[in-house]
Design a protein around this ligand. Structure first.
Ligand code: NAP
Length: 185
């Protein structure tokens, strides 16, 4: 994100849930007041970006919340918050952006998941607990797979990443060669 923001060839839309935002710069426009855990987030986002006429080459959905739990103390409220933020919100954000025609043909959606959502990478040594966080990332992984099937005919690719070098490399490749417009959470 920093690389994109520093690259004058890119136009970056950076959404946050806080009501206030930093002052927009030449190529970074802040979109405050977008809470991905709210049903209206996708529609609000569309209404804020569409007037600019921008078409997004890359959409990065990175909002997350980690509330810790143990088997002895699971939390209903925290689990609802994690599933809503990590697995439900992204479906609606992508739905509204695509339906509004705001994602370019051959554009990309990157969902920032976590290896903690991988069932095969979970072993006895890591132990249990953190049900809402890990399982909501597993659900996000499935959301990404399903979105990729739905968006294939539009030429929109969906990537699911664990924040690490892989994500950085991917973004960097996209940034060079053409002016990329990103939307990030
Ligand atoms: N850090 C790691 O080691 C790690 C490892 C694997 C995956 N990840 C994933 O990488 C992503 C970023 O991680 P991080 O460590 O940077 O997390 P973080 O420091 O906890 O930041 C989370 C960000 O998500 C935003 N957010 C939370 N709920 C939101 C909502 N309802 N609507 C809009 N924005 C919301 C927060 O906004 P506010 O500022 O308003 O709170 C904050 O900017 C997450 O999806 C996380 O699961 C992180």
């Amino acid at each position: 994100m920093r690389e994109y923001a520093a690259d004058k060839r890119c136009s970056v839309y950076a959404a946050s849930r806080s009501a206030t935002a930093s002052m927009s710069t030449e190529n970074v426009r802040y979109v405050p007041g977008i809470d991905i855990a709210k049903e209206k987030a996708g529609q609000d986002l569309v209404s804020r970006i569409k007037p600019s006429g921008a078409i997004l080459d890359i959409v990065i959905v990175t909002a997350g919340y980690f509330g810790t739990e143990t088997f002895d103390e699971p939390s209903w409220q925290e689990e609802v918050k994690m599933y809503t933020t990590s697995s439900i919100g992204p479906v609606f954000i992508c739905h509204h952006l695509v339906k509004a025609g705001l994602i370019a043909k051959e554009g990309k959606i990157i969902l920032v998941s976590s290896e903690s959502g991988s069932i095969t990478l979970r072993h006895e040594s890591e132990g249990g607990g953190n049900y809402g966080h890990h399982a909501s990332k597993s659900a996000l992984n499935m959301v990404g797979k399903l979105l990729s099937l739905d968006l294939k005919e539009k030429g929109i690719a969906v990537g699911i990443v664990h924040v690490s070098l892989g994500c950085d490399c991917f973004i960097r490749r996209q940034a060079y060669g053409r002016a990329a417009r990103i939307h990030a959470y």
